[in-house]
Write a protein that binds this ligand. Structure first.
Ligand code: ADP
Ligand code: MG
Length: 682
């Protein structure tokens, strides 16, 4: 089928060789109608033929590439009706490998004896023999490439897409006009679209691929940000209190430690927002222990210095109490007047504090939801800080924000899951990331044990307490139920009996707020050495002297939750440990717990969590109302998202309606983005 007529980006895919109505219908299913669509249909992954392994070193049960010469072709063996097994023997120079192909006659007859190929497939050892279940191959001479693997649909093979793509790239890539303005490409050090498209489909090498991918990810985030900023640009018109004096050197020099580079950067971003005259809307994201609270304190300090009130909202009484203690310790010596406002206050106390707030005699109110209650009024509320965002509804935040003119808003979160990115998107939040831990932190060692090792683990805890340290034991429930779950209360009694010389405390959700506060205070002061608790300690609790966290029934917790729990230790300079107790040997549970053992990185954990739970494509989902991401990865590319978002803002500042000729191409893309989106939502 020769089709020599002119091929343009707008041509239907049927204008390509070997594409008839049938294949076009398959492409249509993938959202590909024109040659342009096809070029924008990025590979899902790649087979990297450039780094083959020897069979003797190949990882059992995994996909790998082996370069080998075919020494023998075996007769096809019909296994059962409609299923034929094809086999070869090949040699990598040292070992023989049996290559197996199921039901793919085409592949079998394409492979010649005496020739060398790079074979890719799942590797295994069967009774001492090496075996590779073939998924793809290339002649050895062509094995200097990364071969793209496309998302396919029944009836459309990777090789077909590959061939069509080759033709589309060869004949049409030249016609691609770059929608990104040239100065932007230069500023951001991005390659041209043409180069990116060529190398995303047919990378000239790893480096070329990286360059191509970066450019396409940037473009995707950039157009998305432009569209969103434009959609929600109205909010930006509100006026907010503007800070004049942002010299925070007294605050900095009063701290007992140096701030990390990441903390300083985040503070700089926040202060610059608050000088602008329109409301800050920023998310501060950092792994557990990265020091978000000090960043918040710097912002509060700057606000107070300008006669502006701040409110800090925490999800639990315990956290509110802890924040109050931290903020007042750091800020009171600098003249910042702070009060705690929680549901557990007496009516009289509440009355007094609210009056002081309304009269402007308080600079910072720290509290729980009680803070949002209608009767709380501020004299000049200019900054609202929300800790651990995921515990709050958007509505609550809005209500608190409604108490100021249009106060600046800072949201702190340790959760790097797409929910966070959803926030960026829905709320058009700016993002500051604390990607650096304070100096001297050691990674927490994590052990996974069966309950028959519990006695030993308790002995380990006792030894650490004897050395002056403290520990947590977390149990999932409060009261003993019929199930095997260990209840915190009974557990506490048992431990207290076994360790009469240790001060054991109990904390659970059904205690009265005042009781909780008392226990937490005792733990904070070291009067309680071992705290047996339900998950109320999950979020935010900060006792740097605690070095062991033991979690009972660890299978009951999600990965993100376990990470939060583990984040309660390793907050000082002492070596810390996390012991996960679980008798559940199910494969999924073992996998989850081994992730905890393998890494301390909250981003990695969040990502594994999603993988294991199979969250699906959040952005493409109907509820999200957002276009699916074609190439960007929400986790890996978070930095680039930020860059792209900033670039989008800059562009819109100079050309709000995207009317300039150099921006017309990008406008077309944006309009299309949300047209498609409307379809998806209907
Ligand atoms: P998170 O980000 O989890 O909320 P915190 O703000 O509670 O973390 O900080 C964790 C601990 O680290 C606290 O004890 C805090 O005082 C301490 N910390 C914060 N910043 C630094 C720093 N730059 N150097 C040393 N310790 C720090
Ligand atoms: Mg915190």
């Amino acid at each position: 089928m020769e089709k020599p007529e002119a091929l343009t980006l707008d041509s239907p895919v049927t204008a390509l060789k070997n594409v008839g109505a049938k294949r076009a219908a398959l492409y249509e299913k993938l959202g590909v109608r024109t040659v342009y669509d096809l070029l924008r249909f990025y590979p899902r992954s790649y087979i990297d033929y450039t780094s083959p392994v020897m069979a003797a070193d190949a990882p059992e049960g995994e996909n790998c590439v082996i370069k080998a010469v075919v020494t023998r072709r075996m007769q096809p063996a019909p296994i059962r009706k409609g299923l034929v097994l094809y086999k070869f023997i090949a040699s990598d120079g040292v070992s023989n490998i049996q290559i197996t192909i199921f039901n793919n006659e085409y592949a079998y007859y394409g492979i010649k004896a005496g020739e060398e190929y790079a074979f890719c497939g799942k590797f295994s050892k069967m009774g001492g023999r090496y075996q590779l279940a073939l998924s793809s191959y290339v002649p050895a001479a062509e094995a200097d490439t990364m071969r793209p693997v496309y998302n396919l649909t029944e009836g459309l093979a990777n090789g077909m897409v590959h061939n069509n793509m080759r033709e589309a790239v060869d004949r049409c890539a030249e016609q691609l006009a770059d929608p990104l303005p040239l100065p932007l490409l230069r500023e951001e050090k991005l390659c041209q679209l043409r180069y990116a498209i060529e190398n995303i489909h047919f990378p000239q090498g790893r480096e070329a691929y990286e360059i191509a991918r970066r450019r396409l990810v940037f473009e995707e985030f950039f157009t998305l940000s432009l569209a969103l900023v434009r959609l929600r640009g109205r909010e930006r018109e509100e006026a907010a209190i503007r800070l004049e004096d942002t010299d925070i050197s007294p605050f900095l020099s009063s701290l007992p430690f140096e701030l990390t580079g990441a903390q300083r950067r985040a503070i700089g971003e926040i202060l610059s927002d608050m000088q602008k005259g329109f409301p800050m809307n920023r998310l501060l994201q950092g792994d557990v222990g990265s020091g978000k609270t000090m960043v918040a304190a710097a912002a509060v300090y700057a606000a107070a210095k300008n006669g502006v009130q701040s409110a800090v909202m925490a999800p639990t009484e315990i956290l509110a109490g802890q924040h109050y203690a931290t903020f007042s310790k750091v800020l009171a010596p600098l003249g910042v007047r702070t009060c705690l406002l929680t549901g557990s206050l007496t009516p009289k106390q509440k009355e007094e504090r609210k009056e002081a707030l309304a009269a402007g005699e308080i600079d910072l109110a720290v509290g729980t939801h009680a803070l949002v209650q209608d009767s709380t009024a501020f004299a000049r509320l200019g900054l609202v800080i929300t800790d651990e965002q995921h515990r709050f509804g958007v509505e609550q935040r809005r209500r608190l924000a409604g108490k100021g003119e249009s106060p600046h808003s800072l949201v702190m979160s340790a959760t790097p899951i797409p929910r966070t990115l959803a926030l960026i998107v829905y709320g058009d939040l700016d993002l500051s990331v604390l990607d650096e831990l304070p100096k001297g932190r050691q990674p927490v060692d994590t052990l996974v044990i069966h309950s028959n090792k519990r006695e030993r683990a308790l002995g380990f805890i006792r030894d650490h307490i004897a050395a002056g340290e403290q520990a947590y034991i977390v149990c999932p429930l409060v009261e003993e139920s019929e199930s095997e779950l260990l209840a915190a209360a009974q557990y506490r009694d048992r431990v207290a009996k076994a360790f009469p010389d240790i001060a054991v405390g109990l904390l659970h959700g059904r205690m009265k707020p005042a009781e909780k506060e008392a226990v937490m205070a005792a733990f904070q002061q070291g009067k309680v050495q071992l705290l047996v608790s339900t998950t109320v300690v999950e979020v935010g609790v900060d006792v740097p002297n605690a070095t062991v966290m033991m979690v009972e029934n660890a299978e009951r917790f999600g990965l993100a939750q376990l990470h939060q729990l583990r984040g309660r230790v390793g907050r000082g300079s002492k070596k810390s440990y996390c012991i996960l107790v679980s008798d559940n040997d199910g494969e999924e549970n073992r996998k989850r717990l081994s992730v905890m053992k393998a890494t301390n990185d909250g981003f990695v954990i969040a990502r594994e969590d999603l993988k294991l739970r199979g969250s699906g494509d959040f952005f493409g989902s109907r509820q999200s109302g957002m276009p699916a991401l074609a190439i960007a990865d929400l986790f890996e590319d978070a930095d680039l998202f930020k860059e792209a978002q900033e670039a989008a803002r800059r562009l819109l500042a100079g050309d709000p309606a995207l009317e300039r000729p150099e921006n017309s191409a990008i406008r077309v893309i944006i309009d299309r983005l949300f047209d498609q989106n409307k379809d998806a939502m209907n």
